[in-house]
Design a protein around this ligand. Structure first.
Ligand SMILES: Nc1nc2c(c(=O)[nH]1)N(C=O)[C@@H](CNc1ccc(C(=O)N[C@@H](CCC(=O)O)C(=O)O)cc1)CN2
Ligand SMILES: Nc1nc2c(ncn2[C@@H]2O[C@H](COP(=O)(O)OP(=O)(O)OP(=O)(O)O)[C@@H](O)[C@H]2O)c(=O)[nH]1
Ligand SMILES: [Mg+2]
Length: 459
């Protein structure tokens, strides 16, 4: 049985600060016995919301550390339960000793994310806000962190709540009409319902657009660099990363393994993958590298197909890869062709549209045209670094919003084609559920387990 979505009576304890050494380290307790355990270590009563300087001792009276004891009575605490913090010196051994003493006094070790989970179960946060805590901690760019803070403050949840409210109103209206069949016909015919469904669709698309941006900020763009040996793929990785991560040589087949580098472009996290040059090879190691290259391409947000633009058959070289790509990965993968070595070809840096393809002329060696590439990558993902009001979101949220949008569209069609009020009502109910799964009004133990178990311990 899952223990997740139920609050047990346990008092939990964990180190709340990052592992390793630091000036100060915090041990946090939550639950009904938190106060008693905290007071036993502090050796004196803890006044609510007061900072007490104390010596922390175990049950045998052994001095462990000295520090600040804090007591937040529930429900006005982070978890909504009684919370005690022991703020000691930030060394891993001493903090572990404090945790052990708390366990000896009746606490148990917290599971990953259990503090946040309790905050969620006690209605201190909704699910999207709890996820924003983890996203804030894991943010890799300033923009990502600030957008996570906005979600934690409820910016995303308010958008969802507003959508839920509109769907609820519409459901009440539609279901009332179904209950009075004589009036149902008029009600469906007068176009007001269709109008409201469409207004809701527009609103939902706006939230989806903002959430896409928010999820991009958190998860970033995956860029796979692929192409023939010696085209300059590794040089391009190094140019983007601004450091010599990859080995570059004039020998074909230099890169055999998959190389990864994480950077950002104006706040958009970019996960770059450099791959082995694509060619027929008898070398087992190289074959495996090439197999992995195709595998990485399959999950790319964008593939940079790098071609040596200075070779006379540059276009043929890139064209030759198309049938193979289509065969392996399908026709509509997002590919941008890079004509590298512009310094040799003499062609000026440029972004060229040609028969549905985008071609970028650049030189990984001199850096000419790299700014065009960066702009292009942002554009591909619809990333705008201007927005100071974005909020963070996750793939999970995008999927739920897309599901809600699909339900609305199905409902609109039912109404239009069949004038079917009952089918519309059912689609609205499913739309409502999808939206509810974002803030966790509707959630399963499985989903909660999946979300909170990916948090760090002590969060
Ligand atoms: N020392 C310490 N710093 C911390 C945390 C913590 O748990 N301990 N946090 C942990 O994540 C974050 C702050 N988050 C918190 C959120 C709510 C409450 C809280 O006590 N809320 C009560 C009272 C609010 C009030 O007084 O206005 C409540 O919501 O009822 C505390 C911390 C970051 N800094
Ligand atoms: N002139 C010039 N030479 C370049 C440029 N980019 C790469 N090269 C050279 O081309 C050769 C191959 O570069 P790499 O970056 O190793 O090529 P690669 O595509 O990673 O090759 P493999 O790993 O073997 O598949 C090296 O000698 C680079 O210095 C460029 O923009 N201009
Ligand atoms: Mg290489």
């Amino acid at each position: 049985m899952s223990t997740l979505s139920h609050l047990d009576g346990d008092t939990i304890v964990a180190i709340a600060t990052a592992p390793g050494r630091g000036g100060v380290g915090i041990v946090r307790l939550s639950g009904t016995a938190a106060r008693a355990i905290g007071e036993s270590l502090c050796g004196a009563p803890l006044t609510p919301r007061h900072a007490h300087f104390r010596v922390f001792r175990d049950s045998s009276g052994q001095q462990l550390d000295s520090g600040i004891g804090l007591y937040f009575p529930g429900p006005n605490s982070f978890t909504g339960e009684d919370v005690v913090e022991l703020q000691g010196h930030g060394g891993p051994v001493i903090l572990d000793l404090l945790v052990k003493a708390c366990c000896a006094a009746g606490a148990r070790l917290a599971r990953p994310g259990e503090f946040s989970e309790r905050a969620f179960l006690n209605d201190k946060l909704d699910l999207a806000q709890a996820e924003a805590i983890a996203d804030l901690i894991n943010s890799t760019t300033e923009q990502a962190a600030l957008s996570a803070t906005r979600s934690l403050q409820g910016a995303f949840s308010r958008e969802i709540d507003a959508l839920v409210e509109a769907v609820t109103r519409l459901r009440v209206y539609v279901e009332a009409a179904i209950d009075f069949p004589e009036e149902e016909i008029d009600f469906l015919a007068d176009g007001k319902v269709a109008e409201q469904v469409e207004a809701l669709q527009t609103r939902l698309q706006q939230v989806l657009q903002a959430a896409r941006q928010g999820s991009l900020l958190q998860e970033g763009m995956k860029l796979v660099i692929a192409g023939r040996p010696n085209a300059g793929k590794s040089s391009l990785l190094n140019a983007l990363a601004g450091q010599d991560t990859a080995i570059v040589t004039p020998i074909e087949g230099t890169t055999r393994d998959v190389l990864r580098e994480h950077i950002q472009i104006d706040g958009m996290p970019l996960h770059i993958v450099d791959t082995a040059g694509l060619r027929e090879s008898a070398d087992l190691v190289e074959q495996e590298g090439i197999r992995r290259a195709w595998e990485e391409m399959a999950s790319a947000d964008r593939i940079l197909l790098v071609v040596d633009g200075s070779s006379p058959d540059a276009d043929i070289a890139s064209a030759a890869l198309w049938p193979e790509k289509n065969q392996r990965l399908g026709a509509d993968l997002p590919v941008t062709v890079v004509h590298n070595k512009a310094d040799l070809s003499g062609r000026p840096p440029a972004v060229i549209q040609q028969g549905g393809d985008t071609i970028i002329e650049l030189s990984a060696l001199t850096g000419a045209g790299m700014d065009l590439l960066r702009e292009h990558l942002k554009q591909c993902m619809g990333y705008s670094d201007a927005g100071g009001d974005s909020f963070s979101a996750r793939r999970r949220h995008l999927a739920a919003l897309a599901e809600a949008a699909a339900c609305l569209e199905a409902g609109r069609e039912q109404l239009q084609l069949a004038g079917a009020g009952e089918l519309l009502a059912e689609d609205l109910r499913r739309c409502h559920n999808a939206l509810g799964s974002i803030t966790g009004v509707i959630s399963s133990d499985e989903l909660l387990g999946e979300i909170f178990s990916s948090f760090c311990i002590g969060k």
